[in-house]
Design a binder for this molecule. Sequence first.
Ligand code: ZN
Length: 142
Amino acid sequence: MKTLREKVDQAKKVQKLLTKAFQVLRKRFRMVARQRYMCCNGCAGSALAEEMRGKLDPQTFGGVVLTTKQSGVFVEPGTKLGSTARIHDVRLTYGPLGIDGKKFGPDAKTVGDRIAEVFDELGVPYEWDGDPEVSIKVVPLA
Ligand SMILES: [Zn+2]
């Protein structure tokens, strides 16, 4: 049995790895990679479409990977050592970006495979069976 302190430390470590992985995804594949972006997927999608409309290069754009304020928190703020653990998996949303009914970037399977490739390289603990319909889970306690 891990103590809460160990779980929180582990979650923080994984958080660092995830941040590093997002940097690699931006550089290597020209993805838009953001953490704790907007409140939910719906708002994130429309905010990104708004921001990127007319600005992205369809030739090189590598797709989107993001977490939202709902899906992207490993350790709940206010979790105190000694209290009930509030440590979660982080769920990634990924795929092409939809702008005005058009899709930009590679399909979700390709984007997911690239994320998995970088996670394997960096040792980010995650669960994903390769199905592009399913979100990729980053698991802090693996
Ligand atoms: Zn929202």
